[in-house]
Ligand binder design. Sequence first.
Ligand code: UDP
Length: 451
Amino acid sequence: MMGIQRHRLVLIPPPFQGHLTPMLQLATILHSRGFFITVAHAHFNSPDPSNHPNFCFLPLFYGLSDTQISSKNVVDITATLNKKCVSPIKEVLVDQIEKANINHEKIACVIYDGLMYSIDSVARELKLPSIALRTTSATNFLTYHAFVQRQTSGCLPFQDSMSLDLVPELEPLRFKDLPMFNSGDMQKQVAKTIAVRPSLGVICNTVECLEEESLYRLHQVYKVSFFPIGPLHMIAEEDSSSSSFVEEDYSCIGWLKNQPRKSVLYVSLGSIASWEEKELTEVAWGLANSKQRFLWVIRPGTISDVSEWLQSLPKHVREAIAEKGCIVKWAPQGEVLAHQGVGGFWSHCGWNSTLESLCEGVPIMCQPHFGDQRVNARLLSHVWKVGLEWSNVMERDEIEGAVRRLMVNPEGKEMRQKALKLKNEIKIAVKDGSSYDALNRLVKSILSVNV
Ligand code: UDP
């Protein structure tokens, strides 16, 4: 009988932009280390297989309704996915095991996104090693643990979104920085997420130099192996293909080429957070009054008719947008942040955007909306000191002031210098430092249980 020749990994992302992208980057990295890759994904918001000809893609029907699919309620979709994915995932894994046997392969490990915690029991039942990929910061993951601890001990001032007091077990986070777990569904999800112990451990899309303390504390409380192998997008750099759900508008790169060095503020709230029309108008006024250049992403669906809305703005604001601004529906964000014309990023502080900005040495004007974004904003402003904390009041004068603080004032310049320093530290971690070591440890760990 021929021995096992190939190790195959089955990766299971949820159908969200900020989760699918890092999972595909991880797949690219592990493929370059000799693993064969299968990606089992939802049949909607699915990746484009032609961008990854070496991977096998399996679309799965989890049985979500059209309303659920089009909903932006991540908590609801996650709860439903976890309920409905068990049986299709089991079917797919059983099938993969059979196929692997025929092809002299072995399913070496199931790597699932941390949101899809119910997959772990399927892997265990089928005696497959498992790893969870966490696509948020290690610090954010730590807040989950603290939440459950407090819930268990009956002391839960976690829901106080206004309190500036420090959370003793999570300093320097304040109560107002914590993710809000204010629905029963959410609380259940958090409890389940931290209850699972994937047999081979947890991959974190982070870098030790950014979150050393949190990684240490996580290891203390979870007692599984942690592999901080980020930033994944940087390590997977040979893969320049896009996994965007919306087509990227490259015209903004041409526009950026004609802008002075570090002069442009890039404005984007990622794939979920958004401003209402009234707030968009304040942003337009604020940007115009700041007299700074800007590249602004207004996603499809944010507003019913962008041209009509633009026409409704006063003449001087329209002129400022025409002279100093560029508006696109979706930008090639990696290239934008790497462009020398960009000097700042007004961001919702999603973890991917945060990492992408840090890797390019671009300081951030922080406007967290929900979930882990407040945690990331606090890390940016108070730990790494490359993020501007401002009032977040959506009024033109507040916006103008904050934009000028980041783009013109000495405090913005200082942040830009700190950001460049961090960029270099991250580069070293990836080249031959902590992330490189963690990746080697991960590969070794997968292979050691599959001899
Ligand atoms: N993104 C992009 N073009 C845009 C806006 C966002 O490519 O115009 C990408 C961005 O590079 C990042 C992802 O979308 O990889 C957003 O993820 P993040 O975690 O920052 O936020 P989320 O969308 O999950 O809230």
